[in-house]
Design a protein around this ligand. Structure first.
Ligand code: GDP
Length: 308
């Protein structure tokens, strides 16, 4: 049987690694399992930020200027909404709306998120499997010095400014992994964890008991790419959050956080080496498509080294 690969990912940071893997692996050999803890309803529309980021990135539709959303986006809906007094803290572009409207319609008629995402990926001719971590409702909440906030209120509206005290994933304990998730982890030749925010984007997946158990049980090597570059996060709240939780901003902390199921960590340049985990070094900063390919190759080589 030909080799199969699985990657666990969040949004923007993680999508870069998935894009690198997608560019070098044979068609239909890659499964991406995506965080849905950030998903929420906005004006009744179901928004899946991390899944949609991946769809836009892999189909060449992502907005390079904004760093999120889709290319060539227009904002007539938001302008009309704002003129009517609607809340405008979360931007929904005119093109982006199509995904949320179609998703809402399909969910209302009884389709699962898994099958909806498969049809979006097929419509855009993507030759990989994109799976939500679950079809059940799991919602990330952040306890802060301003109180308990739903994830998007913290992340987008409050721009991660409140001091973070803890993170919780409502519904995760009782959630079932989406069809295909456990099988992908158990039967892959390598399982990769993208350089997504460990506490906000990877932990929701780990909070689903069958996903964590599969990572522990899989015979495949499990390799994570560290989100730290030059001792800090490339973007987003990872480093700020680690400091607020009283953690050292090091690869050692990342490896320890992931724990015993992690076989190795791919780290950047001459950043600190994790004490308790195997590691390899490369330049993990991904600006260009070539950078993404280099990091993907290094992660796969590290996994191969672990299984040898
Ligand atoms: P989010 O959904 O936008 O938060 O995206 P993710 O959670 O997937 O990724 C955020 C993390 O990605 C941050 O901690 C960044 O440090 C990391 N990240 C972003 N770009 C890069 C990159 O080019 N290289 C590495 N190693 N990490 C990156």
């Amino acid at each position: 049987m030909s080799a199969r690969y699985t990657v666990l990912t969040g949004g923007v940071g993680g999508a870069k690694l998935v894009d690198g893997l997608y560019r070098i692996l044979p068609p239909h050999s890659l499964t991406a399992i995506v965080n849905t803890g950030d998903d929420f309803r906005h004006y009744g529309l179901p928004v899946s930020p991390d899944i949609d980021t991946l769809l836009y990135t892999l189909s060449g539709r992502s907005n390079q200027t904004l760093g999120w959303g889709r290319e060539g986006e227009t904002w007539n809906f938001m302008a009309a909404l704002t003129s009517l007094g609607g809340e405008n803290w979360f931007n929904l572009g005119d093109g982006d709306l199509a995904l949320h409207v179609l998703r809402g319609h399909a969910l209302a008629s009884g389709e699962t998120l898994t099958s909806i995402i498969a049809s979006f990926a097929a419509a855009w001719n993507l030759a990989l499997t994109i799976l939500p971590m679950t079809d059940d409702a799991v919602a990330t909440f952040v306890d802060t010095d301003e109180g308990l906030l739903p994830f998007q209120r913290y992340f987008v509206e409050r721009r991660c400014e409140p001091k973070l005290l803890s993170v919780q994933f409502d519904g995760a304990q009782a959630a079932a992994a989406a069809p295909g998730v456990v099988e992908a982890i158990m039967t892959s030749d390598a399982v990769l964890v993208a350089p997504s925010n460990p506490w906000l984007s990877v932990d929701p997946l780990l909070a689903i008991p069958t996903i964590r158990a599969a990572l522990v049980a899989t015979p495949a090597p499990v390799v994570a790419v560290s989100p730290l570059v030059g001792g800090t996060a490339v973007k987003g709240p990872t480093a700020k959050l680690m400091a607020e939780l009283g953690l050292a901003i090091t690869n050692d902390t990342i490896a320890e956080h992931y724990g015993s199921w992690l076989d190795a960590l791919l780290i950047h340049g001459d950043d600190d080496a994790p004490a308790g985990a195997a590691h390899a070094r490369t330049d993990t900063l991904m600006h260009t498509a070539d950078d993404r390919i280099c990091v993907a190759r290094a992660a796969l080589a590290l996994a191969e080294g672990c299984s040898g």
